[in-house]
Structure formats: structure tokens, C-alpha cells
Design a protein around this ligand. Structure first.
Ligand SMILES: Nc1ncnc2c1ncn2[C@@H]1O[C@H](COP(=O)(O)OP(=O)(O)O)[C@@H](O)[C@H]1O
Ligand SMILES: [Mg+2]
Length: 261
């Protein structure tokens, strides 16, 4: 099996004809964890949704390859089946389908017909992973995210990550709304996934999570582009000094920043 790879070249994305992503490039391989940091309204969630193939986000230029294949030609299901995963900033609540049923169908959707996961194996895996995430077993039988607190939803996204074992995962603000204990648990889940067969893009505007998940690279995103890349020290400087020094360094004018969507 070859190393997972996600490569984006000069990507442009528009929402309702308004350009949000304005020429963004980066590449991530299996075995790597990258962080994308940036102020609110800079297009981080737009980037995630566009990579996952959300129909509202129109790719108006550039290229994207997933394991060498043209990502932009694939529909949402094909992207998921190929091993791309998105933990959403605002996970949806789905009434009428339990967490366990959802996970089992999602796993089976990625497998060939006739090769479905056995119920026993599924339950064993689920138990094991819920234990790592310190989730009460009742969460398996509750409707997907329904009535979950913000922190429980985030933990549930990591449960999906661990059960689905994607090749490349994008975690959009997985740390928002978490108290310090929950943050450590979420980090533990992600760290357990670390392997040469797994790459992870962590999107956040706080450095806090990166104390527990050491990124190989940190990218700063502003106004729809990656404007600076570096190592973990870059995240520390952002935490201490904010984003103004980057704006000054790069001569970026302040613009009215949109509200976080
Ligand atoms: N569904 C949407 N419809 C209209 N505008 C949107 C939508 N989603 C995001 N935007 C706008 O796109 C810009 C980038 O938003 P977003 O990608 O959510 O930023 P971030 O995740 O970096 O905070 C913002 O100005 C936001 O208002
Ligand atoms: Mg966002």
C-alpha cells in the first residue's frame, strides 16, 4: 500500500459567487500531522468543506489530488470511500439513527459487498475505542449527536475517526468548546491514530491542542491563502503574539473579517 497523499495546488473556492479561498497550495503525506491556523472568517472551514466535496462550495480554480487521483472529479461518497475524512466544526444531529448504526453503515460503505464487518468485531472495536475516549457506552445507542454537548460531539467525531480509519483526516476546530480533560482525551485519540498510513490536518485557531498533538508542520492561513509555513514554534509565536506580526511582515492589509460561519 502506498503512502497516503493529499496535494492541493492553487485552489480557489467560492460560496455563492464570492471567492473565499484565493489560491491555496499545500501537500500532506501519511505519517505527518499538519496544523492550519488562522483568524476567524479566513476560510478554514470553507477549505475543509470544499475538500470533502460539499456542493455549496464551488471550486473555481486549481487542482487537488488524493493519492494521485483527481479529487475534484470524485463525489462526496467516493472521497470518503477512498479514505478522506472530515471532522466537522459543527457536527449535525441526526435523529432516528443511533451512533452505533451510523458507524457500522459508514464502515460497511467503505468495504466491498460480502466483506462487511461482523457484528461481534464491530462491537469489540467500538467498545475498545469508546474506552480510549472515555465515553460512556450509552452513547453508542443514542441518536447521532442528538442532545450531545459541544464537547461530546467533538469526542464523537474522534470516535468516528478511530472507527473509520481514514488515510487522511481533516479535523476542523476539533478543540473548540473542550475543557482541558476533554482536550487531552481527544488528543490521545488522534495520537493513537498516528502511523505511516495516516495523515492529519488539524485546523484550529488556538495553539492549546498542539501542546498535546505535536504537528510536523504549521501553516498560517489568512484571507483565503496559506501565507506562512513553519514548525511547531510558529504556533507558539502565534499564541503569544497573535497574527498582527505576520500581517506586518507580509504587508497584508486588514480587511473586514467575516463572522465565523
Ligand atoms: N455557507 C456559507 N454561506 C455564505 N458565506 C459563507 C458560508 N460559509 C462561510 N461563509 C463565509 O466565508 C468566509 C470564511 O468562512 P469560514 O470558512 O467558516 O472561516 P473560518 O473557518 O476560517 O472561520 C466568511 O466570511 C463566512 O462568512
Ligand atoms: Mg471554521
Amino acid at each position: 500500500m502506498s503512502t497516503p497523499n493529499l496535494k492541493i495546488e492553487d485552489l480557489h473556492v467560492a460560496i455563492d459567487d464570492k471567492e473565499i479561498i484565493k489560491g491555496l497550495s499545500f501537500e500532506i503525506n501519511g505519517g505527518e500531522i499538519h496544523a492550519v491556523m488562522g483568524p476567524n472568517g479566513t476560510g478554514k472551514s470553507t477549505l475543509s468543506a470544499a475538500l470533502m466535496g460539499h456542493p455549496k462550495y464551488e471550486v473555481t480554480g486549481g487542482k487537488a489530488f488524493f493519492n494521485g487521483e483527481d479529487l475534484l472529479e470524485m463525489d462526496v461518497d467516493e472521497r470518503a470511500k477512498a479514505g478522506l475524512f472530515l471532522a466537522m466544526q459543527y457536527p449535525s444531529e441526526v435523529s432516528g439513527i443511533t451512533n452505533a448504526d451510523f458507524l457500522r453503515s459508514a464502515i460497511n460503505a467503505k468495504r466491498e459487498e460480502g466483506d462487511e464487518i461482523s457484528l461481534m468485531k464491530f462491537i469489540r472495536e467500538l467498545d475498545k475505542k469508546m474506552e480510549v475516549l472515555e465515553m460512556d457506552s450509552s452513547f453508542a445507542h443514542r441518536y447521532l449527536n442528538e442532545g450531545f454537548s459541544g464537547g461530546e460531539k467533538k469526542r464523537n467525531e474522534i470516535l468516528q475517526l478511530m472507527m473509520l480509519e481514514p488515510k487522511i483526516a481533516i479535523l476542523d476546530e476539533i478543540d473548540s468548546g473542550l475543557d482541558i480533560d476533554a482536550l487531552k482525551i481527544v488528543a490521545k485519540g488522534v495520537n493513537e491514530m498516528r502511523s505511516p498510513d495516516f495523515g492529519c490536518l488539524i485546523i484550529t485557531h488556538y495553539q492549546r491542542l498542539l501542546n498535546y498533538i505535536k504537528p510536523d508542520k504549521v501553516h498560517v492561513m489568512m484571507q483565503g491563502r496559506i501565507v506562512k509555513s513553519g514548525g511547531p514554534e510558529l504556533a507558539e509565536r502565534l499564541e503569544a503574539e497573535g497574527y498582527d506580526w505576520i500581517k506586518e511582515e507580509l504587508g497584508i492589509e486588514d480587511e473586514t473579517v467575516g463572522q465565523e460561519a
